[in-house]
Design a protein around this ligand. Structure first.
Ligand code: ARG
Length: 462
C-alpha cells in the first residue's frame, strides 16, 4: 500500500493526476498548524481513552520531532503523499512505526484541513492588524508635524477648499482604523473549531470537541458537522476585508503618485523607495505606490476566485475547496508586503510645505468663504453664491485671484463688502473658519489627532 488511502485501489494513480490533485506545493505552509492540530487531537483522544496514553506519548514525541524538522527546513515533502496532512502522517509513521496510524482516529482530512486554515488565518489576521497599526503610526507621525501645512483640498480633482495636510492624511488613518475593526471582528468567525466534524457527519468515537477547542485556543466549536467542514466564509471574509484595505492603500498610493509629479510637487518620496529609468537619466519613479495600486487587482481577484469556487457547491466537502488556499496565501503575502513598505514610505516622504502653502494662494479655493461672508451679512446663500460666481469669473478674465482684487472691485459686485473681506480670504483663516466637528480647522485637527492617539493606545489586540 503506497498511498495512505490505497486499500481500495487496484491501480497506481496516473502521475499527471497525482500532480494535478496534490496541494503539497502550497499547503506545506500549513505544516506547523497541522502539527499543532494533531498534537491537540491526540491529547484529546488519550484523555477520552480512545487510544492508550503510551501511544499518545509516542505520537506526540514523533510529531514534535517532525515539528523541529519543519522549523529547521529539514523535511522533504512529496507529491505522492498529496497534501500536508498525509505528508505529515506518513512522516509520523516512518518516524514511530504503525502506532502513528492511530493519530487519524475519529478525524478526517476534511475537518483537519478546515482546522489548519482556521488556526493559520487567525494568526495571520492578527499579524495584519499589527501591521496596519504600524502604518497608522506612520500617518500620525507625519500628520503631527503638518497640522498647519495647508494645501488645496479637491473635489473632482478640481481645487475646492484649502485644508490642513494633517487633515488629509488623517482621513487615511480612519480608513485603516475601520480596516482594523473589520479584521478584528472577523476573528470571531475564525475562532471556531471544525475538528471533530469528521468527514461530514461526526464520528462514532466518544471525542470531546470542547477539550480540543480549549487545547487549540478556540473560543467554541461548530455546532453542525456539515457546516464545519463546508464553511469557507471566514476566508471569504478575510479576502473581502483585504480587498477593502487594498482599495484604501490604492487610493493613498494614487495620491502619492500625483503629489510627487512635477505638476504637483507636494511631496517627494525618499530615494530609497523609488527607482530610476534605464533610458531617461532624470527619472525618479514612484514604482512602489504604483505597484501597490496595481496589486489591488490580484487581491480583488482572489476574493472573486474563492466566491466563484464556492458558488453552487453542494454540501459537504468537495475537492474544489482545495482551491481556497493559493488565493488566500497570495493575498496574505501581498498585504504583508504592502503594509511593510507603506509605513516607512510614509514616514520618510518629504512634505513640500512651501509648495503646498503657495498653491492655495494661486487659486479660487477661498471663494466659498466670501459667499459665507455675505451670508453672515444677511444675504441668502443662493444669492451670495451667484455674486461670488460672477466675481470669480471677473477674476479669471482679469487674471486676478480674489486676494488681488481691490475693495472697489468687490463693491461693484455687492455693496456689503468691507475691508475685512481680505482677512477672511487668507488661507489660514479659511482653514481655521471650518471649526465644525471633524472639520479642517487646526484646533479640530489637533483634537482628531488626540483621539487617534487614544484609539491606537487602547487598541486591544487579541
Ligand atoms: N488537500 C485537501 C484540501 O486542501 C485536504 C482535504 C482533502 N479531503 C479529501 N476528502 N480529499 O482541501
Amino acid at each position: 500500500m503506497s498511498k495512505l488511502w490505497g486499500g481500495r485501489f487496484e491501480k497506481e494513480t496516473n502521475k499527471l493526476v497525482e500532480k494535478y490533485t496534490a496541494s503539497i506545493e502550497f499547503d506545506q505552509r500549513l505544516a506547523l498548524e497541522d502539527i499543532e492540530g494533531s498534537l491537540a487531537h491526540v491529547q484529546m483522544l488519550g484523555e477520552c481513552k480512545i487510544i492508550p496514553l503510551e501511544d499518545v506519548e509516542k505520537i506526540k514525541s514523533g510529531l514534535l520531532i517532525i515539528k523541529e524538522k519543519v522549523i529547521s527546513g529539514n523535511v522533504s515533502f512529496s507529491v505522492e503523499n498529496e497534501d500536508i496532512h498525509m505528508n505529515i502522517e506518513k512522516m509520523l509513521i516512518d518516524e514511530i512505526g504503525p502506532v502513528g496510524g492511530k493519530l487519524h482516529t475519529g478525524r478526517s482530512r476534511n475537518d483537519q484541513v478546515a482546522t489548519d486554515m482556521h488556526l493559520f488565518l487567525k494568526r495571520k489576521t492578527q499579524e495584519m492588524i499589527d501591521l496596519l497599526q504600524s502604518v497608522q503610526e506612520a500617518i500620525l507621525l507625519q500628520a503631527k508635524s503638518h497640522i498647519t501645512t495647508i494645501l488645496p483640498g479637491y473635489t473632482h480633482l478640481q481645487r475646492a477648499q484649502p485644508i490642513s495636510f494633517a487633515h488629509h492624511l488623517m482621513a487615511y488613518f480612519w480608513m485603516l482604523e475601520r480596516d482594523k475593526e473589520r479584521f478584528t471582528d472577523s476573528i470571531k468567525r475564525t475562532n471556531i473549531l471544525p475538528l471533530g466534524a469528521g468527514a461530514l457527519a461526526g464520528t462514532t468515537f466518544p471525542i470531546d470537541r470542547t477539550r480540543t477547542a480549549v487545547l487549540l485556543g478556540f473560543e467554541k466549536v461548530y455546532p453542525n458537522s456539515l457546516d464545519a467542514v463546508s464553511d469557507r466564509d471566514f476566508i471569504v471574509e478575510f479576502l473581502s476585508n483585504s480587498s477593502i484595505l487594498m482599495m484604501h492603500i490604492s487610493r493613498l498610493s494614487e495620491e502619492m503618485i500625483i503629489w510627487s509629479s512635477q505638476e504637483f510637487q507636494f511631496i517627494e518620496l525618499d530615494d530609497s523607495f523609488c527607482t530610476g529609468s534605464s533610458i531617461m537619466p532624470q527619472k525618479k519613479n514612484p514604482d512602489v505606490p504604483e505597484l501597490l495600486r496595481a496589486k489591488t487587482g490580484r487581491v480583488y481577484g482572489n476574493l472573486f476566485g474563492l466566491l466563484t469556487v464556492l458558488k453552487g457547491l453542494p454540501l459537504a466537502y468537495n475537492k474544489d475547496m482545495q482551491e481556497d488556499k493559493e488565493g488566500m496565501l497570495d493575498t496574505i503575502d501581498t498585504l504583508e508586503g504592502a503594509l511593510q513598505l507603506l509605513a516607512p514610505m510614509i514616514e520618510t516622504m518629504k512634505v513640500k510645505k512651501d509648495r503646498m502653502n503657495r498653491a492655495v494662494t494661486e487659486d479660487y479655493s477661498n471663494a466659498t468663504d466670501i459667499a459665507d461672508y455675505l451670508v453672515n451679512k444677511g444675504l441668502p446663500f443662493r444669492e451670495a453664491h451667484e455674486v461670488i460666481g460672477k466675481l470669480v469669473l471677473y477674476g479669471i478674465k482679469n487674471k486676478k485671484y480674489l486676494l488681488e482684487l481691490t475693495l472697489e472691485e468687490f463693491k461693484e459686485f455687492n455693496s456689503m463688502f468691507e475691508d475685512d473681506v481680505f482677512t477672511v480670504l487668507l488661507p489660514d483663516n479659511v482653514v481655521n473658519a471650518r471649526k465644525s466637528e471633524g472639520g479642517t480647522a487646526f484646533s479640530e485637527v489637533e483634537k482628531q489627532i488626540l483621539l487617534a492617539e487614544q484609539v491606537i493606545k487602547k487598541s486591544v489586540l487579541i
